[in-house]
Design a protein around this ligand. Structure first.
Ligand code: SF4
Length: 694
């Protein structure tokens, strides 16, 4: 933390860590941020904050920042520092030469949920208009893409249904595969406040998270299921609701598609979906599942919150639909205190998805194969848009290894560290003729790059982030970009160098273009954001000031649609060779791959990632706290220190992935969600053995 002294002025902006989207006053002395003070007027946080937003901002001025563009012909060559013009001309020539030699589809671009809405919009526009294909994707691919698929299919919109404050009206709170007190701390505290007021808690998670025991609140009902069995348990919950007559028939009759409901009801009532039949699969006693189903269904208001422990599975999309089924069956949609609420990991996961960063969807989740949609975009962009969905991130890796995908522009995402099966990702990156990395640090991905374009932090740019409750918050520039350009300006300059003109003077002009093309954003502009403080989309003629609670009258698809959610076991099973199941998560002081938090004083609280394992698994292997462990999966091997913990189930081990040296993704496999290719980070069969110090 910089020595504060007396600040001279302050600027209100938005935290760039998690999807809560807390507002802060950046207190300034000259051009230095001396303190980040939680802003009382922030509607997501009401003056609260956590240790990341409050203290971990010093990375913006860290000595490791890339301050000048760099190029090289080969990844074996040393970097050459060049001017912006030279770097952009070099990058543009490489991209053009690649397309000339290998075809229009041979290049693509990936954006990041760390960047602003305006920046992610420009990257997908660059790919679609300047590259001429739909090979654009975002890191939401590896976290919440199943939320997009599952909620759009069942509720008609790819977004959480509530405000955070809505939890204060919940009677029962169900948390599935999420750890809010560590990963979404400000919202986790709000949840605890409601639990202390008497709301009931159900936690479905292989690990006993802190929330289960909230001081001065009733102990939560914890259902410690085996990793990979989410769909089995959600079906068992629904089975109890249906067979014990706990449905909200009035809601179902008036708000839901009858045919879909009848099909689902017949399926879910089958005995094979009962808690007793599923007990052998999930490991959770049937009596606990029955108790949880009754608690949720009989609550006046039942709210469900979920995280990556739901989405990052081979049945991630199925599970999201299973959660929506529960809410529809009990009428817990369209009212405060209820809802289906994905807790987004990164600050702008919601926004990067909203902005069309997917290979099949233009901004506003409008499909590229819809001719009327394409025509509207073509009229504004002045170029034809391909009607075929492009490549997803894992498809890009496969195509690169196969030799048909040759150049990639990556803005703000360290794919070499964050994506699963590191060996496969590195092989793909090595196979590229041109990799352009735009980032604030020389990250793991940059080791394979030919062009390095300095990125800008949230403190150096104007724009907007959209948090997990669909709230569009302003990001305001508090200091000049260290390399002279904001990220949106870099993308714009690259497009101009490629010959597709982009001219914006300020991100507000980009937002105006977004609003003109995106039905749920037609009422959004910077003047209104100044006036209202923030806006929850949809914001249009029907909802000019935004929409706190969604689906109050109807669904964007008319009626709510139940989906049949057949449980299928993942291929990743424990075996004699790999007898334990590894799952992953985060801790409070660190953030994802740690690129930012490790470069701040927050690293004092977390020096290394460790492997948590149950005492019985430790005893079997003669392992004590602090011993070194070799962890092997069918794709890789890494080494971590042991932490013996009763939080874990026997047979399940757990680690975080905040340090590159932990190698968590060296062992995770490339199994993925059937609908979206979201990786199955949460289930990896491993063997663990005591080893001497690495
Ligand atoms: Fe930032 Fe999330 Fe912490 Fe709020 S809860 S300060 S958004 S990391």
């Amino acid at each position: 933390v910089i020595d504060a002294g007396q600040p001279e002025h302050s600027i209100v902006t938005t935290c760039a860590y998690c999807g809560v989207g807390c507002s802060f006053k950046a207190e300034m002395k000259g051009d230095q941020v001396v303190r980040m003070v939680p802003y009382k007027g922030g509607e997501a946080n009401h003056g609260h904050s956590c240790v990341k937003g409050r203290f971990a901002f010093g990375y913006a001025t860290h000595e490791d920042r890339i301050r000048e563009p760099m190029i090289r012909d080969s990844i074996n060559d040393p970097w050459k520092v060049v001017s912006w013009d030279e770097a952009l001309a070099f990058a543009a020539k490489k991209l053009k030469d690649t397309q000339a030699q290998y075809g229009r589809e041979s290049i693509g671009g990936i954006t990041s949920s760390r960047c602003t809405n305006e920046e992610t919009y420009l990257v997908q526009k660059l790919v679609r208009a300047a590259f001429g294909n739909n090979n654009t994707d975002t890191c939401a691919r590896v976290c919440h893409s199943p939320t997009g698929y599952g909620l759009k299919t069942t509720l008609g919109e790819s977004a959480g249904t509530q405000t955070f404050d809505s939890v204060m009206k919940a009677d029962t709170i169900m948390v599935i595969g999420a750890n809010p007190t560590d990963a979404h701390p400000v919202f986790g505290s709000l949840m605890r406040k409601r639990l202390r007021q008497g709301a009931k808690l159900i936690v479905i998670d292989p690990r006993r998270i802190d929330l289960v025991h909230t001081p001065n609140a009733e102990e939560g009902l914890h259902l410690p299921l085996r990793p990979g069995t989410n769909v089995a348990i959600v079906n068992a919950l629904a089975h109890v609701i249906v067979t014990e007559g706990l449905e909200d028939q009035a809601f179902i009759n008036s708000r839901c598609d009858t045919e879909a409901y009848n099909t689902w009801r017949t399926f879910i009532a089958e005995e094979r979906n009962s808690p007793e039949a599923m007990e052998a699969v999930t490991g959770v006693p049937a009596s606990k599942v029955r108790e949880a189903a009754r608690l949720y269904a009989k609550a006046g208001n039942g709210a469900i919150y979920y995280g990556l422990g739901v989405t990052e599975h081979s049945q991630g999309s199925t599970m999201v639909m299973g959660i929506a089924n529960l809410a529809l069956a009990t009428g817990n949609i369209g009212k405060e205190g209820g809802g289906v609420n994905p807790l987004r990991g990164q600050n702008n996961v919601q926004g990067s998805c909203d902005m069309g960063s997917f290979p099949h969807e233009l901004p506003g989740y409008q499909h590229v194969n819809d001719q009327a949609v394409r025509e509207r975009f073509e009229a504004v962009w002045g170029v034809p848009i391909d009607n075929e969905p492009g490549l997803r991130i894992p498809n890009m890796f496969d195509a690169a290894i196969a030799g048909s995908f040759k150049a990639l522009y990556v803005q703000g995402e360290d794919i070499a560290q964050s994506d699963p099966n590191t060996q496969h990702v590195e092989a793909a990156l090595k196979a590229l003729d041109c990799l352009i990395v735009q980032d604030i640090f020389l990250n793991e991905t940059a080791k394979f790059a030919h062009v390095l374009l300095p990125g800008s932090t949230f403190l150096e740019k104007n724009g907007t982030f959209t948090n997990a409750e669909r709230r569009i918050n302003r990001v305001r520039k508090v200091m000049e970009p260290v390399a002279g350009m904001e990220d949106w300006e870099v993308t714009m300059a690259l497009s101009n160098a490629l010959g597709y003109p982009m001219h914006y003077n300020h991100p507000s002009e980009i937002m105006d273009e977004i609003a003109s093309l995106t039905p749920t954003f037609t009422g959004v502009n910077y003047d209104k954001l100044e006036q209202l403080g923030s806006i929850q989309w949809p914001c249009n003629d029907e909802y000019p000031d935004g929409t706190p609670t969604m689906h109050t009258v109807d669904f964007p698809i008319g009626k709510g649609r139940f989906a049949v959610t057949e449980y299928l076991a993942t291929e990743e099973r424990a075996s004699r060779r790999f007898p334990l199941l590894l799952t992953t998560g985060r801790i409070l002081s660190q953030y994802n791959v740690g690129a930012q938090t490790r470069r701040t004083s927050n690293s004092d609280w977390h020096e290394e990632d460790v492997l948590e394992l149950h005492p019985s698994d430790a005893e079997l292997r003669g392992v004590k706290d602090g011993d070194w462990l070799g962890i092997s999966s069918r794709v890789g091997h890494t080494v971590l220190r042991a932490k013996v913990s009763t939080r874990m189930l026997p047979g399940v081990v757990y680690t975080t992935f905040h340090h590159p040296s932990s190698g968590a993704n060296v062992v995770t496999t490339d199994n993925s969600d059937w609908a979206t290719n979201c990786p199955e980070y949460k289930v990896t069969a491993v063997q663990v053995e005591k080893v001497s110090q690495p």
